[in-house]
Structures are given as C-alpha cells and as structure tokens.
Write a protein that binds this ligand. Structure first.
Ligand SMILES: NC(=O)C1=CN([C@@H]2O[C@H](COP(=O)(O)OP(=O)(O)OC[C@H]3O[C@@H](n4cnc5c(N)ncnc54)[C@H](OP(=O)(O)O)[C@@H]3O)[C@@H](O)[C@H]2O)C=CC1
Ligand SMILES: CC(=O)N[C@@H](CCC(=O)OP(=O)(O)O)C(=O)O
Length: 342
C-alpha cells in the first residue's frame, strides 16, 4: 500500500529534507507541499537540488486538499504550528517538527516559549518523538511531537545513564555545538556568511535555552526527581550537524557498558569503541547518531560525546522514522542511507 503524505512548511530546511528522504521511500507519496512567502512556486525554483523530482507545486495551507492524505508533517515555526494543527481534520495522523507539542505541561510551555499555548488539550495527547524511548506510544499516536535537535543529541548520550543511576544527577554539563541550518532558512544577521564564517560563539548561556524545558521534563521524569543539567549551545560555521560533549561523574566502564546495552539493538544509534571521538563529518545527512565515551584522567569522571545531523536524526529523519511506526511500516524504511563523506 502507498500512503499519501503532505508537508506543511516544505519551503524550509526541514521540509526540504523531508522531501529528499521521502523521494526514495517505497511506501510514501508526497501529494501536498505548502509554503508561505513561496506559495505558488515550484519546489525546483526554491530548491534546485530537488529539480529531478516530480513534486506538487507549493500552495498555501488553506489551498491544500487533504482529503486523500494519511499523514501530515508539519515543519512550521512554533506558535504557527499549534494554530494550524488545531484546525486540521481529526482523522489525520500528524507529526509536528516544531516545539509546540513537546512539553506536556502548559505552564512549562509558557515558561520556555514566553506565551500561553493555544491548543492545551492537544498538548496532553501528543507523544514525544524520541523514537528509541517512545516507540510503543508512537505506534498508536495520532499526534507526535518531534524533539528539539539539541535536546535529542543530549538525551541520546544521557538517558540510559540516568535511567540506570550510573551518573551523579546534579553534576551534568552539556556543552553543545550546533550548525547553522539549526536556525532555519530565514534571514538573520548573525547567520550572514561574513559574520558566521571563521567564528564560533555561545548563545543562551546561563540556562535560558528553550530546550532545557525538554531536558528538565524528560530527565526529571526518568529520575523521579528534579534534574537540572547545565547546558550551553554554540553556533559553529558548519551547515549541518550537532556535537554534544557531556561531562558527567560516574564510572567510565559502567557508563560504557550501560550505553552499549541500551543501544545494542538500535539501528540508528552507534556506540563507538571506548575512547573514540565522534564527528559531525561521520553522520552527515544520515539518520545515525554516534556516541563516544572517554574516561577522564581523574577516576570517577567521564566525557560523553554525541553527534547527529540536526536536519536528519534531529528532525526530518526522526520524523520519517516515527511516520514509519505510525503507518505500520518497517521503522528503518527509507532511512538507511549512509552518511555523506567527506
Ligand atoms: N532546522 C532544524 O535543524 C530544526 C528545526 N526544527 C523545527 O522545525 C520547524 C521548521 O524548521 P525549519 O525548516 O528549520 O524552518 P525554516 O525557517 O527553514 O522554514 C519554515 C517554513 O515554515 C513556513 N512558514 C513560516 N511562517 C509561516 C506562516 N505564518 N504560515 C505558514 N507557513 C509559514 C515557511 O514558508 P516560506 O519559506 O514559504 O515563507 C517555511 O516553509 C521549526 O518549528 C523548527 O523550530 C526542529 C528541529 C531541528
Ligand atoms: C543554530 C540554532 O539556532 N539552533 C537551534 C536549534 C533549533 C531546534 O532544534 O529546533 P527548535 O527551534 O524546533 O527547538 C537553537 O539552538 O535554537
């Protein structure tokens, strides 16, 4: 059977990445693509790298015919997303890539996003989209909330360790580097080539980045008590990729064994041999996440390094993995592409 899918926000980076991945998916057909300022344009004119594909023209969301669509990917900015999703037909399966349905508590949403949520009843219904940890719920979900890309990277390194009680919960530091496509395709001064290239800077230091809402929600739920990690992201002059270096207190060998056991059967999570360092070059444009464990020179301390592609495992690849589950398809379908190297 072929399932029809529509992509809202197809003229953005994650939307285009969804098109790239779905183009060779054996069971999905793209029947609708939306843009906002780009509505009315051909995808080939917005994204020349997709020129070889026979794709629908970008329309507005209002113009889109969803009557024969099985699943919608919503790759819109947060806040816009909740307004759009709350009006979609109730029979549609939806994967939201924005932040709008990641936080289960409306008060948390308001705290981290500075505005009340307009569809609080749907917040409770949404399943958090970190596939490896919510697989069974995702299979039966109508609405799945794709994770933040930074939040996903840190969680892959740390979740099994918190679950196993293998690290000190009050001494977790996540030092993360994010490539520029993480900020989306809209024009921002600090993303201009002249200001970005040869540079690197921290942002949202001091515990203000909104992905802390996801870390707090998820880590505290696993631990059964509040967990407040220290987290500072940095913008780096790369196009795609996230590298999270996490400093923890715990026995390195136990940490390594715990991660290895947790991910032994996971098709997309690779724990590297002890002591090896992941690189964003090794997961580029793929759905893989690499995790390295290094023992510190001081006993009882370890460094975890996780790398994934923000546009693939951090958003659109994750979304496709979840779509496969929601539609009863093999979870890895369309996603086993090797990373692009060099
Ligand atoms: N980039 C990343 O690495 C990640 C992004 N996300 C989240 O995914 C979502 C999409 O991100 P990304 O693709 O990077 O964003 P982009 O800025 O690249 O794209 C945004 C898309 O939304 C459309 N859009 C903007 N405003 C409106 C509106 N008012 N009504 C309808 N459509 C609108 C744009 O249309 P047009 O261009 O035609 O105006 C475009 O298609 C965001 O919520 C983001 O936070 C999540 C994880 C990672
Ligand atoms: C470089 C850069 O700006 N990166 C973004 C990553 C955004 C992301 O994961 O998406 P959401 O906005 O959907 O949470 C950031 O750190 O905010």
């Amino acid at each position: 059977m072929t399932y029809n899918v529509a992509i809202l926000g197809a003229s953005g980076y994650t939307g285009a990445e969804l098109v790239r991945l779905i183009a060779t998916h054996p069971s999905l057909k793209i029947t609708g693509l939306s843009g906002n300022s780009k509505a009315g344009m051909a995808m080939a004119d917005v994204f020349p790298h997709l020129r070889h594909l026979d794709l629908p023209v970008l329309t507005t969301i209002e113009e889109m015919d969803l009557s024969a669509v099985h699943l919608v990917f919503c790759a819109l900015p947060h806040a816009t997303s909740q307004a759009v999703i709350s009006k979609l037909p109730k029979n549609l399966k939806i994967i939201d890539l924005s932040a709008d349905f990641r936080l289960r508590d409306p008060a948390d949403y308001e705290k981290w996003y500075g505005k009340g949520h307009a569809a609080t009843e749907m917040q409770g219904e949404a399943v958090y989209g970190l596939t490896e940890f919510y697989r069974d719920q995702i299979k039966d979900a109508r609405l799945v909330a794709g994770t933040g890309c930074n939040a996903a990277t840190g969680q892959y390194a740390l979740r099994p360790l918190i679950e196993a009680g293998a690290i000190d919960l009050d001494q977790i530091i996540i030092d993360l580097k994010c490539a520029v496509s993480g900020a989306g395709r809209s024009l921002k001064e600090n993303l201009l080539h002249a200001e970005l290239s040869e540079g690197a800077h921290a942002y949202a230091a001091g515990g203000t980045h909104r992905h802390l809402g996801e870390f707090d929600q998820e880590f505290s739920a696993i631990a059964g008590r509040p967990v407040h990690v220290q987290f500072t992201p940095h913008l780096i002059p790369a196009n795609r990729g996230i590298l999270a270096t996490c400093y923890v207190q715990g026995d390195p060998a136990t940490i390594y064994d715990t991660l290895n056991a947790a991910y032994a059967d996971e098709p997309f999570i690779e724990v590297l041999p002890m002591g090896q360092h992941p690189s964003i070059k090794h997961i580029r444009a793929s759905n893989f996440c690499h995790i390295g464990v290094v023992a510190d020179r001081v006993p009882g301390r370890a460094i975890l390094i996780a790398a994934l592609d923000n546009l693939t495992k951090g958003s659109s690849g994750q979304a496709l993995q979840n779509a496969n589950l929601m539609l009863g398809l093999p979870e890895t379908e369309g996603l086993m592409l090797a990373p692009v190297f060099p």
